[in-house]
Write a protein that binds this ligand. Structure first.
Ligand code: C2E
Ligand code: MG
Ligand code: MG
Length: 587
């Protein structure tokens, strides 16, 4: 019995039916007649769609099929040119496979078959198995396992994984995927840019108004961003308050700047969250897809470098290749510096401070030096910032204090008396905020049997501006152990007079940028004069940094500056040379 008979109204069935040889009609059928019932029974007993197919005059036809097969077949109506339904066996992909199979000598074959569009199509695992031929005609068993639901679930799972659940936008990994595809386009270089938009102070909104409000803001921002992008651009949420945009450039890099302007403009309109109205600023970093970019992650990282710069400059920044190499260099400096500190590879140089009126040495400033294994000497201007950024400034700072105190104790021993000099040691703002300075200093002094009055701590204005209360507390503690405090590079920061007055500062060190220009530049001279009279009225002493000539030394002496330091007197020296310098000048 044929299943077609059970579905007489199905148009496809008619077609297939006509293609099916009647088991009763032909000779083959005669032979099969006795077996037709068991064949159908076997097929009906199968848990999957199955049919026995015969090869008749070069084309495949159904000999018997189970109800599941009919269901699949009837649920997949497809119409040909003449509007007649196309039988399943004649569908693209399947008909060729069946023909090939009959031509081959394979016993069985299994393959995936998809019918319909990529999105709405159906997916099957098709299995063909050879059956013994009848009447010289090949036969096989065709079975179909429908995997459509499974594949759709997988697909939607994947889609879910690529979507940011809050905004519904593609997430970071989808964004990377899209950037990756764009990069592999043949005309990619110069035609794409990756932009990163970061909301300023978003965490403050989140903290003060709650995360629900934060979420609402993110959604609104996303909506606004979408509205200013062009077709073909892609917006993704790649972090908490960070959006990524893949831009297609039509007129080169200028396009990216135009897009950035549109983004900034759309965020200018205030946002309204539960009664409150406020503005959200953003920082924008951009990286252009060039020939040298290797991966989507690289490109995104480049855009984030630019973003970092944008946060400081307040402008839209486009990534430049050297930034990455600077960052890499910093990283390798950091690693080497850590080793240098651990391996005791740093040294100190000592530059004398001269009492201008008498010419006597009143102290030395200890300056860190880093000599690499290959003999290269690296300037503290280059490695102190790295140490500050990496936190290495804490061990470095403790080392410098200890080494300076050890040297001073050594000089005392050599001179057979307490040398009438103070040792100046530079202390970074990071040390003030993160280290327990009073304890560190007390320990360094104690380790070498020195009193606090032998030490002068040099701090900069930024150390105070960062956290004035803490700085004041630390300085008061240092005063209690008799340590003197100098304000280094004075004039380059922003400290106000009122501010200085409250702090226990003993000395102002006038920055060498003013000292160096004071003979040629009236403004610099005016600043030096002002600092000198300020110091006098606050009861502080003064040291002029960077005295390189006799004229400068004489002018500063005449102006009443207490001390001077600079190449005119001496460059920073080794410990031995510094001791000899002291002995030579003070005896
Ligand atoms: P600074 O504390 O202002 O030190 C004075 C700098 O000016 C030194 O540079 C010194 O060599 C240089 N100098 C002295 N006289 C002259 C001169 O006549 N002309 C010119 N052109 N320069 C002169 P150096 O040793 O390169 O140190 C640079 C800066 O690095 C220091 O500036 C200080 O801020 C920092 N530094 C050095 N050692 C340490 C340290 O152990 N810890 C911390 N936190 N900072 C340090
Ligand atoms: Mg200094
Ligand atoms: Mg200085």
């Amino acid at each position: 019995m044929q299943s077609t008979r059970r579905n007489p109204e199905n148009p496809e069935k008619e077609e297939e039916h006509s293609a099916r040889p009647s088991p009763v009609a032909d000779a083959q059928g005669q032979e099969d007649a006795g077996n037709a019932e068991p064949l159908q029974e076997y097929l009906d007993a199968l848990p999957i769609a199955a049919a026995v197919i015969g090869l008749m005059e070069g084309s495949a036809a159904i000999i018997a099929a189970n109800a599941r097969y009919d269901m699949v077949s009837s649920s997949m109506v497809a119409f040909g040119d003449s509007d007649g339904s196309i039988p399943l066996l004649s569908r693209r992909g399947l008909s060729e496979a069946i023909r090939d199979f009959f031509q081959s000598s394979a016993g069985a074959r299994e393959f995936e078959w998809q019918e319909g569009g990529a999105i709405s199509g159906r997916h099957f695992i098709v299995r063909l198995a050879q059956l013994p031929p009848r009447g010289g005609n090949g036969r096989c068993l065709l079975s179909l396992v429908d995997r459509t639901t499974e594949i759709e679930t997988q697909r939607s799972l994947r889609a879910e994984m690529l979507r940011d659940s809050l905004t519904g936008l593609p997430n970071r990994s989808a964004f990377n995927g899209a950037v990756d595809s764009a990069m592999h386009a043949p005309d990619a270089a110069g035609n794409f840019a990756v932009m990163v938009v970061d909301l300023n102070r978003f965490s403050r909104i989140n903290d003060s108004m709650g995360s629900l409000a934060g979420d609402e803001l993110i959604i609104t921002v996303a909506r606004r961003l979408v509205s200013v992008l062009r077709g073909g651009d892609m917006l993704a949420r790649i972090g908490g308050d960070e959006f990524g945009i893949l831009l297609r450039l039509h007129d080169g890099p200028d396009d990216a700047l135009q897009a950035a302007k549109r983004i900034q403009a759309t965020l200018l309109t205030p946002f309204r969250l539960s009664e409150l109205e406020f503005r959200v600023d953003c920082a924008i970093g951009c990286a252009l897809l060039g020939v040298e970019t290797v991966s989507s992650e690289d490109l995104l990282r480049n855009a984030q470098f630019a973003l970092k710069r944008a946060k400081q400059s307040g402008r839209v920044e486009i990534y430049e290749a050297e930034e990455a190499s600077i960052a890499r260099r910093r990283f390798s400096i950091e690693t080497e510096l850590r080793r240098a500190i651990e391996g005791d590879k740093l040294t100190l140089a000592f530059q004398p401070l001269i009492h201008l009126a008498s010419g006597r040495v009143t102290g030395f400033e200890a300056l860190s030096r880093w000599t690499h294994d290959d003999g290269r000497v690296m300037s503290p201007i280059d490695f102190i910032p790295v140490a500050e950024e990496s936190g290495l400034i804490l061990p470095l700072g403790r080392w410098a204090l200890d080494a300076a105190m050890r040297t001073l104790a050594d000089w005392d021993r050599r001179a057979g008396m307490l040398l009438p000099v103070r040792m100046g040691v530079n202390v970074s703002p990071i040390q003030i905020t993160r280290d327990d300075m009073a304890t560190t200093i007390t320990e360094a002094l104690a380790a070498h049997g020195l009193g606090g009055d032998r030490l002068m701590i040099e701090i900069t204005e930024s150390a105070i501006i960062a956290d004035p209360e803490r700085a004041n507390r630390v300085l008061e503690e240092l005063k209690r152990i008799d340590t003197e405090i100098a304000m280094d590079d004075f004039g380059t920061g922003y400290s106000s007079l009122a501010f200085l007055q409250k702090l226990p500062i003993d000395m102002l060190k006038i920055d060498r940028s003013f000292v160096g220009r004071m003979l040629t530049d009236r403004d610099s001279l005016a600043i030096v004069r002002a600092v000198l009279s300020l110091a006098e009225s606050l009861g502080m002493s003064t040291t002029a940094e960077g005295i390189e000539s006799v004229e400068l030394a004489e002018t500063l002496t005449a102006l009443g500056c207490s001390a001077g330091q600079g190449f005119y007197f001496s460059e920073p020296l080794t410990a031995d040379a510094a001791f000899a310098y002291w002995a030579g000048r003070n005896n």
